[in-house]
Structure formats: structure tokens, C-alpha cells
Design a protein around this ligand. Structure first.
Ligand code: SF4
Ligand code: SF4
Length: 222
């Protein structure tokens, strides 16, 4: 999923300063799962903002709503009838959702309430870790299911580098060396032969380095 964390209240208050009525818009998908921008977090932020403004002797009218997905035009359309009631939209979705809302309602200011972080997985309650960088040409089949793009600090394809020490990465002793994890996993699978094969230099055009990407599925076009 896409992970995110809420922006500091002070930053959000700066966005709100010119406005008197805003739509605080949550999303039921990834940001709900990582407790950053779902219905519950919309309620928490609305209360915190209202109280902070009241303390300053000001009033901000906040209307709460949560869409199924903000990255999907079908759901973003649901606010078409009411959007004119608001001075601005405060989106609690990831950057994809914020841009979908802003793209649909071009004359309405749309502000991000969260910082979008990475594509990750839950390690345990309250902890998420980066697992995929969306490189567009997955090599997990050769690396024992451990991603060298997202999990190696240097994105090395034939590691480890000389900085790997006792299974940890040189950038931080608290970070596992991805190539140690790859080796351990291949060993457990009885596939150390894969480790001996040199992975060719990657064509990074399949990743974001090739510019903004799109997926076009001809079979789904109507
Ligand atoms: S190799 Fe690429 S697509 Fe596969 S998990 Fe890593 S970043 Fe994601
Ligand atoms: S120590 Fe391991 S994870 Fe860190 S940069 Fe080197 S190969 Fe990558």
C-alpha cells in the first residue's frame, strides 16, 4: 500500500489561514490502513484544527467527508454537487488523490494534509517499511523476494557493497543489508545459484527516471 503520515498541525493551520469554510476529505483506502487519512483521522484533525483556531480567537468551519478512493474519478465526482460550498479542499489522501481532486475541480484550492511516504508493508502494529519503489521491471524472482531497489540504500543489483557489516547496512546499523537478506533467503530456498548470476545493468527508463509513466490497457479502453 501507499503509506503516509499526517502533516504537522502548524503547517495545516498555515494552509487554512485565508479560508473560513473547508472540506476535510478523507480516503477509505491506503491512508485508512496506515492510520493517516481515513474517516477516523478526518475526525481527529477536524477537532484539533477547530480547537487550535478557537484558541486564537478565530473560527474555521470544517465539513468532514470520506470518499471510497480519491485517486479514482468515479468517487471524486461525488463531491461535484457540493464543492462550491467550500473555499478549499483539505485532502487527507496520498499525493495521487490530492492531484485527482485538484485536476477535477480546477478552480478550487486543494491542499495535502499528509506527507506521502512510500509503497510499503506493515511489519507490526504501528510500523510500516518500504518494500517497493515501482521500478517497472521486477527482479524479485531473482533475488529471493527481497527488493534491491527499495531495500538496498545504494540500489545495488549485484551486492553487497563493501559497507555491509554483520548483516547491517553501512548507512545505519539499525537497517538490514538488503543483500544479506537476499543471500539468506536464497540459501533457505536452495537457490544460491541465482546469487552467482550477474544481474545486468537495469534500464531505468522503466522506473520514474524515464519520466512520468502511464499504463494503457487497450483491452479495457471503451
Ligand atoms: S524490483 Fe522493482 S517492482 Fe520489484 S519490488 Fe523492487 S522496486 Fe518493486
Ligand atoms: S550495506 Fe547492503 S544495503 Fe547497505 S548499501 Fe551496501 S549492499 Fe546496500
Amino acid at each position: 500500500m501507499i503509506t503516509a503520515v499526517r502533516k504537522p498541525l502548524e503547517e495545516i493551520m498555515g494552509f487554512a489561514a485565508p479560508y473560513s469554510r473547508v472540506l476535510l476529505l478523507g480516503c477509505n483506502e491506503c491512508v485508512t490502513v496506515c492510520y493517516a487519512g481515513g474517516r477516523k483521522e478526518v475526525g481527529i484533525l477536524a477537532s484539533a484544527l477547530s480547537m487550535a483556531f478557537l484558541k486564537e480567537g478565530k473560527k474555521l468551519d470544517i465539513v468532514e467527508q470520506t470518499l471510497e478512493r480519491q485517486c479514482d474519478p468515479e468517487y471524486v465526482e461525488e463531491i461535484a454537487q457540493t464543492i462550491d460550498q467550500y473555499d478549499a479542499v483539505f485532502s487527507m489522501a496520498c499525493g495521487c488523490g490530492v492531484q485527482t481532486v485538484a485536476g477535477r475541480y480546477k478552480d478550487k484550492p486543494v491542499f495535502p494534509m499528509v506527507n506521502t511516504m512510500f509503497m510499503g508493508a506493515s511489519e507490526r502494529q504501528g510500523v510500516w517499511a518500504e518494500r517497493c519503489a515501482g521500478c517497472g521491471d521486477c527482479v524479485l524472482g531473482r533475488t529471493g523476494g527481497v527488493c534491491p531497489v527499495a531495500r538496498c540504500s545504494k540500489r545495488i543489483f549485484n551486492g553487497p557493497c563493501g559497507g555491509s557489516t554483520k548483516g547491517k547496512c553501512e548507512i545505519d546499523p539499525g537497517v538490514d543489508c538488503a543483500w544479506q537478506l537476499i543471500w539468506d533467503r536464497l540459501k533457505a530456498l536452495g537457490r544460491t545459484d541465482l546469487y552467482s548470476e550477474i544481474i545486468p545493468a537495469k534500464d531505468w527508463r522503466s522506473a520514474k527516471d524515464g519520466g512520468p509513466r502511464r499504463i494503457v490497457r487497450e483491452d479495457l479502453l471503451s
